[in-house]
Write a protein of this length. Structure first.
Length: 745
């Protein structure tokens, strides 16, 4: 008894070590009871407190000093071997009887202990003998309490008795078995009954939960049994959910006592029923508390809401708000308009293409599948439905990722919609760039657009190609000259910008310099943009390719100066072109320019006017023409065309001009202009250096012929005058040719 008094209430197992605990109900049968009695400590286990170490207040075998001498003498004698053998035999006999004890009648059990019951009957006073007789003879037994309850209210009813009889016969009634007096039944039940399925009765659990303080130990046993036997308890839970009066109390307290309750309910084959009953019986704060502690509850309802609703359990749809669910497929709930209304207004759905299609069609009545797939956000803004816009704003990153970027044809968002997306600071740059690159529209200006997106807009050609936008990007802190160059090289950009002038003024100087110095531009783009420059540049840019330098020269976008001409000294053709385009300025500073007659010869071959060519000829060394046939030919062409003879032309130079001319007509014209510089012999010599028929003009029997024209008439006229030929005449019979008559000797 010392041990039993020292251990806590509710102990189910006891022992002296953790590995070998003895159930309390089997303690008397255990062969380790002697060891336990002699121990100074024990290990106890209970459902509520687990295993723990208990120090006994007094060893069980310690002698009581208050005992008399004779009592202590008896204790010593009991320790003798003979006494121990007798005691052991008695224990064996009692153990053999224990198995039959439950089957014995009450009067038979009493008769086994007649020596110890006298004091009990003394309480009956004068009726003690009668009571003794009725009990020992079996006329009064342990069913008497049940018997009198048939005639007295507040006692056990027949149904109550039947329940108790069935659980005593190990035949557990179903959860809805009628209990009329739950308090009396509970009192009649043993403590261990509350750790077994006997407690799984709707009426009993109702009474336990509504009288919580009085039955805390029994309720703890109930929770512990459910936790350890959840599958076995599901039939009871289904009945209690449907007909119990303290369902919310059961769920909340069970979840608190057993942290795994929600997970077990969700893993159950009857999970939809469990959740439906939770929604039906728990208020918003209670549901929210469960969802906060068990996120799996919200996940389950999000995915399995159609199944929960199909369980046929009514609950206010507003309670779904407490779980903060996100339904992946709204169309599966089309048969539940009330639930759909709550889900839509509270944004309790996932942002997906399918859900938004359903909302446009079924909730908002908009039959625009094409627009919804090509201009989704534009359509959202046009509809301007507050709950829809609020939902998208709350999870805008998910909306962009799961809807706008997943729609393959969503390329035609309007500019206002695009700007709304770009203004968001809760989107990562990668998602924004993907969105920008998909769109067909271009933004008109960079104003109001976050700096981090400027480069992406130019890289993806989603900004209007204007010089103002280019200047803004070039001058920003996120400027990227390579990206701007690639943008300016695009055919669409070139087409848009070539017709508009680059801004003038100091503010746009950087843009003009960027364009003219940019060797990375294509020749096509460079030509277009150089043409768009509002003014010429003072100097050639350094490190510019030959092609682009040629473009600048051809378009004459560099001011002419001796230093700029010197910049082109390695390229004679470009140098000549540069002077050709600026011939008047060249004459003004000719003395500063380092040019020679070879350069001037090339200049004479350009299409500058004849007066400029004559001016150039006069500045040349004409005495060297005899050794420069090509230069003589170029000068000869100018003289033949203009009829002007330079004053400095010597006999030798004159001969070179005539002889080296490539055209027979020019030779005759030049001869006409210069023949006075030669004597007759020199004339004969020059004629022999010219092609036929001029070389045939010499003494003999030949008859040279020339075409009839003004130059040829002048030619034969002075030849006749100088007696180099005898005569000439026009051949009127056969042709209009001029017939030349020669001297015979």
């Amino acid at each position: 008894m010392t041990i039993i008094e020292s251990i806590p209430d509710g102990t189910t197992h006891i022992g002296i070590d953790y590995q070998n605990l003895i159930p309390i109900s089997q303690l008397s049968k255990s062969d380790r009871i002697e060891t336990l009695i002699g121990s100074s400590h024990v290990i106890v286990s209970s459902p509520n407190h687990g295993q723990r170490h208990i120090a006994l207040s007094e060893p069980a075998n310690k002698s009581d000093l208050s005992k008399t001498y004779s009592q202590r003498k008896d204790d010593i004698e009991k320790k003798s071997s003979a006494f121990r053998e007798a005691t052991t035999k008695t224990i064996r006999d009692l153990r053999a009887k224990i198995t039959n004890l439950r089957m014995m009648k009450f009067n038979e059990v009493i008769r086994e202990n007649t020596s110890e019951i006298d004091e009990l009957f003394d309480l009956f006073g004068e009726s003690a003998e009668l009571a003794r007789f009725l009990v020992l003879e079996g006329h009064l037994d342990d069913t008497y309490y049940q018997y009198i309850s048939l005639f007295h209210s507040g006692r056990l009813s027949p149904s109550d008795n039947k329940f108790l009889i069935r659980i005593r016969g190990f035949n557990n009634p179903d959860p809805d078995f009628q209990i009329d007096n739950p308090k009396e039944v509970i009192e009649a039940m043993r403590d261990e009954d509350f750790s077994r399925n006997y407690v799984l009765n709707v009426t009993i659990v109702d009474y336990l939960l509504t009288a919580n303080a009085q039955y805390s130990d029994k309720i703890a046993r109930l929770y512990d049994f459910i936790a350890n036997n959840f599958e076995q308890c599901e039939t009871f839970l289904a009945a209690y959910y449907a007909r119990g009066v303290a369902v919310s109390t059961l769920i909340i307290r069970l979840a608190k006592a057993w942290p795994g309750f929600i997970e077990a309910a969700l893993a159950s084959p009857n999970s939809s029923m469990h959740v439906a009953r939770m929604l039906s019986h728990l208020i918003g704060m209670q549901l929210q508390g469960l969802a906060d502690k068990h996120p799996a509850l919200s996940d389950f309802v999000s995915k399995a809401l159609p199944d929960v609703l199909s369980a046929g359990v009514d609950f206010p749809p507003d309670r779904l708000k407490a779980l903060k669910i996100e339904v992946p497929d709204l169309s599966a709930l089309e048969a539940h308009p009330g639930v759909l209304n709550v889900l839509f207004n509270e944004g309790l759905y996932g942002l997906s293409i399918e859900n938004l299609d359903f909302i446009f069609r079924s909730t908002l009545g908009i039959d625009t599948d094409t627009r919804a797939h090509q201009q989704n956000y534009t359509l959202v803004l046009e509809v301007d439905n507050a709950p829809l816009v609020a939902k998208i704003d709350r999870d805008f990153a998910g909306y962009v990722e799961d809807v706008l970027l997943r729609l393959p044809d969503n390329r035609f968002e309007g500019v206002p919609a695009i700007l709304r997306v770009l203004e968001r600071d809760d989107l990562d740059l990668d998602s924004l760039v993907k969105f920008i690159s998909k769109q067909a529209a271009s933004l008109p200006t960079l104003e109001g657009i976050p700096l981090r997106l400027h480069a992406a807009l130019f890289a993806n050609e989603r900004i209007e190609p204007t010089w103002e936008n280019c200047l803004s990007f070039l001058g920003s802190e996120v400027s990227d000259r390579e990206i701007l160059t690639r943008f300016l090289n695009k055919a669409g950009t070139v087409a848009a910008l070539e017709e508009s002038a680059i801004p003038d003024g100091e503010a746009a100087r950087s843009l003009r310099s960027f364009v003219i110095e940019n060797d990375g531009l294509s020749d096509r783009a460079y030509s277009a943009y150089v043409r768009a420059l509002p003014r010429n540049f003072k100097e050639f840019p350094e490190a510019l390719s030959a092609n682009k330098t040629k473009i600048l020269v051809d378009m004459n976008r560099i001011n002419f100066s001796a230093s700029n001409l010197d910049h082109l000294r390695e390229d004679l053709t470009l140098s000549v072109k540069f002077v050709q385009n600026n011939i008047n300025r060249f004459f003004e500073i000719e003395t500063e320019c380092d040019v020679d007659d070879e350069f001037r010869e090339k200049l004479l071959e350009t299409n500058i006017d004849d007066q400029s060519k004559l001016r150039i000829i006069r500045s040349m060394d004409l005495g060297s023409l005899e050794t420069s046939p090509s230069r003589a030919e170029v000068i000869g062409r100018v003289m033949a065309r203009t009829g002007v003879t330079p004053d400095e032309l010597s006999v030798e130079s004159a001969r070179a001009v005539i002889v080296n001319s490539s055209s027979t007509n020019d030779q005759i014209v030049l001869f006409n202009m210069l023949h006075k510089k030669f004597d007759n012999q020199q004339v004969h010599d020059i004629l022999q250096m010219l092609p036929a028929p001029m070389r045939d003009i010499k003494p003999g029997w030949g008859v040279p012929r020339l075409k009839f024209n003004k130059a040829n008439l002048a030619f034969v006229s002075w030849l006749k005058d100088r007696e180099i030929i005898s005569s000439w005449r026009q051949d009127a019979f056969l042709s209009d040719d001029i017939r030349i008559n020669l001297f015979r000797k």
